[in-house]
Design a protein around this ligand. Structure first.
Ligand code: UT7
Length: 323
């Protein structure tokens, strides 16, 4: 059985850090409120002129280096983003032009905060179908460009960044002892379209719009959907939560992470948390957290990692991976 093995990880964060205290000078909020309600202490903000593709390319370069690979050998480039450089072409086109071999497929995936899980699932299916022997999946976002800085309910929650993985086809036994992606599980429910959305777009307002969110409702759905997505991955692989070495969740809110871990009966020490430093970076948050865990030595080769996300749409899903 073909498995998509994560050969390398890498991330990039813009240099500028915006603290809660600095935000409190712009909008009617406080460090105490933001930390208490979300766990966020600071976020990175892209420099003027710094685009999603710049963040993506920087993260992929590091992932390729950690995999010992050259971009010219990669068969497929997938960019998960909600904040493309342009309405078209895909941001993936710029990424492929900068790093890839001319002619290989590249495209963007739009599933907001679940975008990395969606991208990973698509790449895994390409690899399992024999259509690619290697792939790069990057989550890259400049969410701060979609913020309404007068809306304190949203502008304190998001940040910018990018994280990437390099996948490579390897033979496995079809067992959970195999290295690589063991399963992916995707869901959406468009009835909740208006709970978390940007109030603009080319076909409606001819603008990009700003993030609008019914925070409490999103929160409620998130804890339920994320626990379900984790349970689904465990059942599909006939394992228990105790077999999971690390949960690498989408980083939206520390209280959601704590609530999900508690609902699952998971030791909080097994959850990789970056929301305090990165805030919500949408599709970039999981690969940023994964890279942080690998680079600081917590996530080791051979360990079982469960990723999960939930975002606008709603979209949600999970991916179980042996590193
Ligand atoms: O990535 C995709 C998924 N996104 C999420 O998962 C986000 C989900 N939602 C959340 O994380 C939380 O709902 C929030 C952090 C957005 C809000 O936390 P909350 O505990 O649900 O607070 P709330 O919206 O009920 O607001 C409580 C109070 C309100 O005041 P009143 O009406 O009770 O007087 C708000 O006006 O806090 C006020 N408030 C603020 N105060 C200071 C809202 N934003 C702020 C702020 N600073 N930034």
């Amino acid at each position: 059985m073909i498995r998509s093995v994560i050969q390398g990880v890498g991330s990039y964060l813009p240099e500028k850090i915006l603290t809660n205290a600095e935000l409190a000078q712009k909008v009617d909020t406080s460090d105490e409120w933001i930390v208490d309600r979300s766990g966020i202490r600071e976020r990175h903000v892209a420099a003027e002129g710094e685009k999603t593709s710049d963040l993506a390319i920087a993260a992929i370069r590091k992932a390729l280096a950690s995999a010992g690979r050259d971009g010219k050998d990669i068969d497929l480039f997938i960019v998960a983003t909600t904040t493309p450089d342009h309405t078209f072409p895909a941001t993936a086109a710029r990424v492929q032009a900068a790093l890839g071999r001319p002619g290989v497929p590249s495209f963007d995936v739009q599933a907001v905060c679940s975008g990395f899980i969606y991208g990973l699932a698509v790449a895994d299916n390409f690899i399992k179908a024999g259509q690619a022997k290697s792939a790069v999946v990057v989550g890259a976002e400049v969410m701060t460009r979609l913020l309404d800085w007068t809306d304190r309910g949203t502008c304190v929650l998001f940040g910018d960044g990018a994280g990437a993985v390099v996948l490579s086809a390897e033979d496995g036994k079809g067992a959970t002892s195999d290295r690589g992606i063991l399963s992916t599980h995707l869901h959406s429910d468009g009835r909740h379209y208006d709970m978390l959305f940007a109030d603009g777009g080319p076909s409606s307002t001819q603008t990009s719009g700003h993030i609008r969110m019914k925070g409490k409702e999103v929160f409620r759905h998130a804890v339920v959907n994320l626990a379900d997505a984790v349970q689904e991955a465990l059942e599909a692989n006939k394992i228990s939560i105790n077999d999971v070495d690390w949960l690498v969740p989408h980083q939206a809110n520390k209280r959601i992470l704590d609530g999900t871990a508690q609902k699952l009966g998971l030791d909080p020490a097994k959850v990789i948390i970056t929301v305090d430093r990165h805030a919500n970076t949408s599709a970039a948050s999981i690969p940023l957290a994964l890279t942080a865990g690998v680079e600081d030595g917590r996530i080791k080769p051979g360990q079982m990692v469960l990723m999960e996300a939930m975002g606008g749409g709603f979209t949600w899903g999970s991916a179980l991976v042996r590193m």
